[in-house]
Design a protein around this ligand. Structure first.
Ligand SMILES: [Zn+2]
Length: 294
């Protein structure tokens, strides 16, 4: 096999038994025969993966052309967006306390989420592997350590919140990373994740043309069932998996249904609309928002 590729086993159960589900750009998305987890195999080597996250990637010219992260930071850092609502939702899960809230954003990219958390009163730190992105985040006042979650040395029992938005699917070893995150959270601390949802209608309809299949970087594809299993294995005591991706949540925000001062709208009519949209989204969303409490 070419040295740029490596054969891997299932990251959840270590089984090497799998069946090929989809072939995308010459890569196999396979499903574990033991536990049903979906992952890329063989995949790019760790060294080849690290080289993907350069300036082109963050400008929307890499393997994922759907987001221009630099433009997103410039447009959204000082306007209200879904990140603000996510931070509000996270605060709602935290126990009431007087001490300062400490947040670590893992794979912060250009630092937008950490920047917004800081604006909302968190002591915000971030991890970012990319030299380009970590320098950009640091230039906006984020305390950012240039490291991957695999290599970073994290203090035990340190953070009230650890966030990973659209990151876990990129990690070579989510079992190890979630274990580290669990250890680094305070008791009652929360891990907030967003990621794609394998069990969505769009994947069933579009097959290997599903937009989320980007096998160079999206190494793992979770479903609501498999992400829960990983979080249970890491030790989390309470896990809330919502099948709420960004698309309809952004619709709620733009139409004013989500009130950014409240996790759920106060007005009765908006509350009903909010719950209706979320009910529909549960069945059609390609993404998930997940809250796991230590
Ligand atoms: Zn497995």
């Amino acid at each position: 096999m070419n040295q740029n590729f490596e054969e891997v086993s299932c990251n959840y159960c270590k089984s090497k038994s799998y069946r090929i589900k989809y072939i995308v750009d010459g890569f196999n998305y396979v499903q574990c025969n033991e536990c049903g987890f979906v992952y890329v195999n063989p995949r790019l080597s760790d060294d080849a993966i690290k080289k993907l996250y350069n300036e082109d990637y963050f400008g929307g010219k890499g393997f994922d052309k759907s987001v221009e992260y630099k433009k997103e930071f410039e447009q959204q850092s000082n306007t209200i967006d879904l990140n603000d609502w996510d931070i509000l939702a996270i605060k709602g899960f935290l126990p009431k306390q007087n001490t300062e809230l400490k947040l670590l954003d893992v794979g912060c990219g250009m630092g937008l989420f950490a920047y917004k958390a800081k604006q909302k009163g968190f002591i915000a730190e971030a991890l970012e592997l990319s030299e380009f992105a970590s320098q950009f985040a640091a230039s906006n006042g984020i305390k950012v350590l240039r490291a991957s979650i695999e290599s970073a040395e994290l203090k035990s029992n340190c953070y009230s919140v650890i966030s990973m938005k659209e990151v876990i699917e990129h990690l070579p070893n989510p079992t190890q990373s979630l274990g580290k995150i669990y250890d680094s959270l305070q008791n009652d601390g929360i891990l907030f994740l967003t990621t794609g949802n394998y069990n969505c209608p769009e994947r069933r309809i579009k097959g290997n043309k599903w937009f989320y299949f980007m096998p160079q970087g999206h190494l793992q594809v979770f479903s609501h069932k498999t992400i829960r299993r990983f979080l249970v294995k890491a030790g989390f005591r309470k896990i809330i998996v919502t099948r709420q991706g960004d698309l309809l949540m952004n619709f709620l925000l733009k139409t004013g249904v989500i009130d950014i001062n409240y996790y759920k709208p106060k007005s009765f009519l908006k509350r009903i609309l909010f719950e209706c949209v979320r009910f529909v989204n549960h069945f059609i969303s390609s993404g998930m928002r997940i809250y796991a409490i230590k």
